[in-house]
Design a binder for this molecule. Structure first.
Ligand SMILES: [Zn+2]
Length: 458
């Protein structure tokens, strides 16, 4: 079993005097070192051909130089990571995650279990596990859409201070008029447009990065929510399915349409698709999490009991999660999956064919939709339906960074940008599933996975 990044961070935080000597993670950050990733193919995140046998030079937390390896000089003393036979690309970004969920099969059972195990499994521990799983899978940034407010703000702070995990944008509790089967502190029950606006202002003042408008909201609610959020300069993500809800959210100026087309509904009207495409506003269709996850898991149930879970979750959570999958086909989460499968292909094609801006997000943490593999599976569904692999990779990196997170410092590998870079085995342009074989993860100039042997053995 590999060393837990989280435990390394915790011990490093306690023994701060020794951190430079004992942990690669902290040594890298402290010394503003130079790192060179050398030899692999490079996908920059821009619309251009990959650079073969490339070198990426990092200094501190920024990218210093990029180019063919015979043209980029590596300074003496640089930490060199050999990426031959690999592909380097910008760190992946997932624009719909749930840090409080781990893929357990049944929400009511899971939340009751957490209630009964608060001492050993406080929410902070669950979220730290999710954070580690995401960074290990090459997800260097993510948008969390629905957690208790203080818990998720605290997680963002821990990660910003150096704990392994993706850079986070967080929404805190969502706003809804259909209270879901989640505990009360995950959601605010909207009673009027004014009430919705007041709640948005409260969240913005508390420090959230985005707002999540959940289901059942009226047209006036959307207008009130968007107005209040934009007054604070933050974006609104809407959880929407039906044509009328999408139209209301779109007209009100919602910035990101989440889930659209993924609930077993026929494709949207040409007028709505045309408006979405022409607006340039992104959709995040979250297609994999039921319509493809279900048949994949029925065909290959082996994916459910990855031994890595045992070390990451610990006991008794590991056993509890495995028990939740015992009768997988009967889980209530999948009871409408036949309709989703029926409309699935058309649903995806509508986005590819209309030219709508697509962001990649997974809703991960939902039943059997694991942090460790949700994003490459989501990307693969689009590629399997005709999206060019380069397009899909750019959607999961540059489009997610700029069009959704509003961050122009992320999403491409070019001099001056923040150093969030991963390397995967093989060529994802040939086989997109290569994105599931993450060998190197660098975030903010810090090596989280796959450093040179000498460093890992220190
Ligand atoms: Zn969600």
């Amino acid at each position: 079993m590999r060393v837990s990044l989280r435990n390394l961070w915790r011990s490093a935080a306690v023994l701060s005097v020794l951190t430079v000597a004992t942990t690669g993670v902290f040594a890298q950050a402290a010394a503003q070192k130079t790192i060179a990733l050398v030899g692999g193919m490079l996908i920059t995140g821009r619309e251009e051909l990959p650079i073969n046998h490339a070198t990426v030079l990092i200094q501190g937390n920024r990218i210093l130089a990029v180019g063919p390896m015979d043209q980029v000089k590596i300074p003496a003393g640089a930490t060199v990571i050999d990426t031959h036979t690999q592909t380097m690309l910008p760190g992946l970004i997932d624009t719909h995650v749930h840090m409080v969920l781990i893929g357990h099969g049944d929400y009511p059972t899971y939340f009751k279990w957490l209630d009964n195990h608060q001492k050993d499994y406080p929410l902070s521990r669950i979220m730290d596990i999710s954070a580690e799983q995401l960074i290990d899978a090459g997800v260097t940034s993510a948008v969390d859409l629905g957690s208790p407010l203080q818990d998720i703000l605290d997680l963002r702070t821990r990660i910003n201070k150096g704990m392994p995990g993706p850079r986070l944008q967080v929404s805190g509790p969502w706003l809804t008029r259909h209270v879901a089967i989640f505990p009360d502190n995950y959601q605010h029950n909207v009673t009027s447009p004014q009430d919705a606006a007041d709640y948005v202002t409260m969240l913005a003042n508390a420090g959230v990065d985005v707002i999540k408008a959940h289901s059942g909201l009226t047209r006036d609610d959307y207008f009130a929510i968007v107005k209040a959020a934009h007054a604070k300069n933050i974006k609104v993500h809407a959880h929407i399915y039906e044509e009328e809800s999408v139209r209301n959210a779109f007209d009100a100026g919602v910035d990101v349409m989440q889930h659209v087309g993924s609930a077993g509904l026929p494709p949207y009207s040409p007028a709505l698709l045309n408006d979405l495409a022409r607006s340039g506003r992104p959709v995040v269709p979250t297609v994999y999490h039921r319509a493809w996850l279900y048949p994949d898991t029925i065909q290959f149930p082996e994916r459910l009991d990855d031994p890595q879970f045992k070390g990451e979750l610990g006991e008794p959570l590991y056993t509890e999660m495995m028990n939740s999958f015992k009768n997988f086909p009967s889980l209530s989460y999948f009871q409408r999956v036949d309709r989703e499968e029926f409309f699935g292909d058309k649903s995806i094609r509508q986005w590819i064919d209309s030219g709508t801006v697509v962001g990649m997000g997974t809703d991960n943490g939902t039943p059997a939709n694991f942090h460790k593999d949700a994003l490459w599976r989501e990307i693969k569904v689009f590629v399997d339906h005709g999206m060019p692999p380069m397009r899909a990779i750019i959607d999961a990196t540059r489009v997610n960074a700029r069009n959704i997170m509003g961050n122009r410092d992320l999403g491409t590998i070019e001099p001056g940008k923040l150093a969030d870079i991963i390397a995967v085995d093989g060529n994802p342009l040939y086989d997109i599933a290569a994105l599931g074989n993450v060998k190197v993860v660098v975030k903010d100039g810090v090596i989280y996975k796959g450093g040179p042997k000498a460093e890992k053995n220190k």
